[in-house]
Design a binder for this molecule. Structure first.
Ligand code: COA
Length: 254
């Protein structure tokens, strides 16, 4: 079974993260598949809305750590950057249904979604600092803007998780519902949107995003360069080594 399931019905493309044994962490192959699906969906008249969903126990544990260590993204054409570019420039509505942990890119990708629904068990975190890394997906631009600077600093500098209610309060989440109902609720909202005139949806999204896209892409590029360099440095090596060895990292000399 594929790690990403794709289904198109009633104008809604549903992309389901389906790598439960590794907590839906993203491999390079998954990024490539998602980027390709979005590229196709942008041009496909049968797709009017795209919905990301995970499982009612987990949205995603972020990047697959082993995969990242073995095959760090090295060029702007790397699958992760193609995926980020695709979500940042996708012209039609993007929705997400989130339950359980949404770590790293599991949270930052939501900053690019138009509507986000969460289970009351959702836990969001951007622990880049704790991994010896820096923000990605333009989260260093979009999180301060959405949450306010100090709340973004708490999430990005402390790297501490925050939960469904706080995520709704800062504007990351539209509505919190019981975990068993999230995917169904998001699907119903997606179908409501898909029944509306596509040209109006596209124009409205484009107008709301305004001239922002260039700044977002530029920030992603800037972050990507730092992130790529930091992945190879001692702090990230210690953090990832500790995760693999199931121990606490020791940054005392770094
Ligand atoms: N990359 C690779 N494997 C991962 C992973 C990741 N990001 N997150 C979890 N896994 C694997 C674990 O190694 C474990 O594999 P194993 O069964 O072969 O030992 C399996 O998924 C289950 O993970 P576990 O940690 O036991 O699940 P949990 O329910 O106790 O905790 C999380 C879930 C998401 C809170 C926890 O897995 C976690 O914090 N993951 C790392 C998140 C992270 O730092 N991501 C990187 C962001 S850039």
């Amino acid at each position: 079974m594929s790690d990403v399931l794709q289904q198109v019905e009633s104008g809604v493309m549903t992309l389901t993260l389906n790598r439960l044994d590794k907590k839906n962490s993203f491999t390079a192959a998954m990024y490539a598949e998602l980027a390709e699906a979005l590229r196709g969906a942008a041009d496909d008249a049968a797709v009017r809305v795209v919905l990301f969903q995970g499982h009612e126990t987990i949205f995603s544990a972020g990047n697959d750590i082993g995969d990242f260590l073995n095959k760090p993204p090295s060029t702007p054409d790397s699958p992760v950057f193609r995926f980020l570019n695709a979500i940042a420039t996708f012209p039609k509505p993007l929705l997400a249904a989130v339950c359980g942990p949404a770590v790293g890119i599991g949270t930052t990708m939501l900053l690019h979604c138009d509507l986000v629904y969460a289970g009351d068990n959702a836990m969001f975190s951007m622990p880049f600092v704790n991994l010896g890394l820096c923000p990605e997906a333009a989260s260093s631009l979009l999180a301060p803007r959405m949450f306010g600077y100090h709340r973004a600093a708490e999430a990005l500098l402390m790297g501490e998780p925050f939960f469904a209610e706080a995520a709704q309060e800062v504007g990351l989440v539209n509505r919190v519902v019981p975990p068993t109902e999230v995917n169904g609720y998001a699907q119903a909202q997606a179908r409501k949107l898909a029944a509306k005139p596509l040209s109006s949806l596209i124009a409205t999204k484009r107008l709301m995003k305004g001239g922002d896209q260039q700044a977002v892409l530029q920030k992603m590029d800037e972050e990507g360069q730092s992130f790529g360099r930091m992945l190879r440095e001692p702090a990230a090596k210690e953090a990832f080594g500790a995760f693999m060895e199931k121990r606490k990292p020791d940054f005392s000399k770094l």
